[in-house]
Design a protein around this ligand. Structure first.
Ligand code: HMG
Length: 451
């Protein structure tokens, strides 16, 4: 038996699974059966899922949850969330319910610019390239018409093209930086196709410039690719209400004290990178869950968000808070390059339903929904942190997982849920409680036997 293989990708799905279980598992037949039990019974739907990536052998399930009561710009949404972590959906729902009676959330899209780059090296007189650039732009635009015409018809396309001279930092390195409007699509394939066409135009353009030396008639294209950093594809979500309307919080914390502690907590996340990372992770708990549920690319969203959080050279909170003239204001600015058409959005059966649940939003509307979920999540987490502490709510939701981990029976689970209603949940506390139940059961049954 060998743990390496040539031609794995050419095997059938069953063949791949067979090879895998026989080489990496002690009980191949059981594992084979188990992996296959997660295949969809509808073969056509399974084929669609298998087509999303490569070497698929089974499906990996994640919970699909819903956070209701989100009032955003006076519209009410039930928000789909795909996430494996307990208490996130509950926290989002609870923040939505809280703000529903305080005017709801507000959101607006600030800009929708996407970015792509052709990176190249060229050995020559930079002035000549800069002088020729207007003509090069015309050629690039004309050569790419076939690729851009549909997007232009939808109201999008290429917005502007710049030449950037980086030779001061890297010998002979230039960049063509392009801004795009991709309407309701995330636009990755469109952008990359345009950039590859531009790279080809650049190559042929320099070759026929009469005033270029033989050396200048050659260009080395290093790569042509979109940038996932889209600081100008930006959305703002916010909440505000008079401080007094915030109400009273757990442990009898009044509104003024709450607002003060809450704003300080946000400021700490602007000052300290250790705190900022956890703070922003809380924001992405909400954002990633909606991004996943709607078939968008959460890696791109996270990478962009974290770069944006460090735009001044220091990693900071993505959210902000202030109290001004007795009004509590909490807001989040975040770049979100997402789509509601293309990619998996209509191919993944549940992503399609998620979008339907949201009323088939435009990309701009979805940007606002996603940013709001991030803000709600951040609000709920901070509210817990500055009042009860995080463990009370989080562990309450996590109780089910601990009970499953300890293989509790349905009866034991029921008793544990009642027992922990007013008590702090921890792994040890649950173990002790289950042990006490089990000891009691053994002693009860032995006394029955004796009698
Ligand atoms: P609670 O006050 O005990 O909840 O809060 P409740 O039982 O009074 O219910 C109020 C509402 O909360 C409910 O309204 C639901 O909307 C929601 P209703 O449906 O009854 O009309 N809710 C639930 N929704 C679904 N399933 C449930 C459920 N329970 C309540 N089982 C809660 C409990 C967990 C909401 C609260 O303690 C909370 O918001 N905690 C914060 C939890 C959190 O942030 N979790 C994220 C994971 S921790 C993390 O990774 C991020 C972090 O490190 C980030 C950071 O440091 O900034 C914290």
């Amino acid at each position: 038996m060998s743990k390496s293989i040539s031609g794995f990708s050419k095997l059938s799905k069953r063949g791949k699974l067979r090879w895998l279980v026989e080489n990496f598992f002690k009980d191949p037949e059981n594992v084979m059966r188990e992996m296959k039990s997660y295949w969809l019974s509808n073969e056509e739907e399974q084929k669609i899922l298998d087509g999303f990536s490569e070497n698929t052998i089974s499906n990996f399930y994640l919970p699909f949850g819903v956070a209701p009561n989100f009032v955003i710009n006076d519209n009410t949404y039930a928000i789909p969330m795909v996430i494996e972590e307990s208490s996130v959906v509950a926290a989002a729902s609870s923040a939505a319910k809280f703000w529903m009676t305080r005017g709801g959330f507000r959101a607006k899209v600030i800009s929708t610019k996407k970015v792509g780059q052709v990176h190249f090296t060229w050995e020559g007189d930079a002035n000549k390239l800069e002088e020729a650039f207007e003509n090069l732009k015309k050629k690039m635009t004309a050569d790419a018409t076939e690729i851009t015409k549909n997007m232009v018809a939808r109201g999008g396309g290429v917005q502007d093209i710049q030449l950037i001279n980086y030779t001061g930092v890297e010998k002979h390195y230039y960049q063509i930086k392009v801004n795009f409007e991709t309407c309701d699509s995330m636009g990755a394939n469109f952008i990359n196709s345009v950039l590859e066409s531009y790279a080809e135009s650049l190559r042929s353009f320099v070759a026929i410039q009469d005033n270029f030396t033989p050396e200048e008639k050659e260009v080395t294209i290093i790569m042509s690719i979109l940038s996932n950093y889209t600081p100008e594809c930006l959305v703002r979500a916010w909440v505000e209400c008079p401080v007094k309307d915030l109400g009273v919080f757990s442990n009898d914390i009044d509104a003024v004290t709450f607002a003060k502690k809450f704003c300080t907590a946000v400021r700490i996340a602007h000052i300290d990178q250790y705190r900022a990372t956890t703070h922003n992770k809380g924001i992405f708990n909400g954002i990633d869950a909606v991004v996943l549920a709607t078939g968008n690319d959460f890696r791109a969203i996270e990478a962009c968000g974290h770069t944006y959080a460090s735009q001044d050279g220091h990693y900071r909170s993505l959210s902000n808070c202030k109290v001004e003239d007795g009004v509590f204001k909490f807001w989040l600015d975040i770049p979100l390059s997402i789509g509601t058409v293309g990619g998996l959005t209509k191919l993944h059966p549940i992503a399609k339903r998620s979008l339907e649940m949201l009323g088939n939003p435009s990309a701009e509307e979805l940007m606002m929904i996603i940013a709001t979920t991030g803000l709600a999540q951040n609000f709920a987490a901070l509210r817990s942190l500055v009042t009860t502490g995080i463990q009370q709510g989080h562990m309450k939701m996590h109780l089910g997982n601990i009970l499953n981990h300890m293989e509790a029976t349905e009866q034991e689970k029921e008793k544990a849920c009642t027992h922990f209603e007013e008590k702090a949940v921890s792994f040890n506390a649950v173990r002790e409680f289950l042990d006490s139940l089990r000891v009691k059961k053994t002693s009860d049954s032995s006394s029955i036997l004796k009698n």
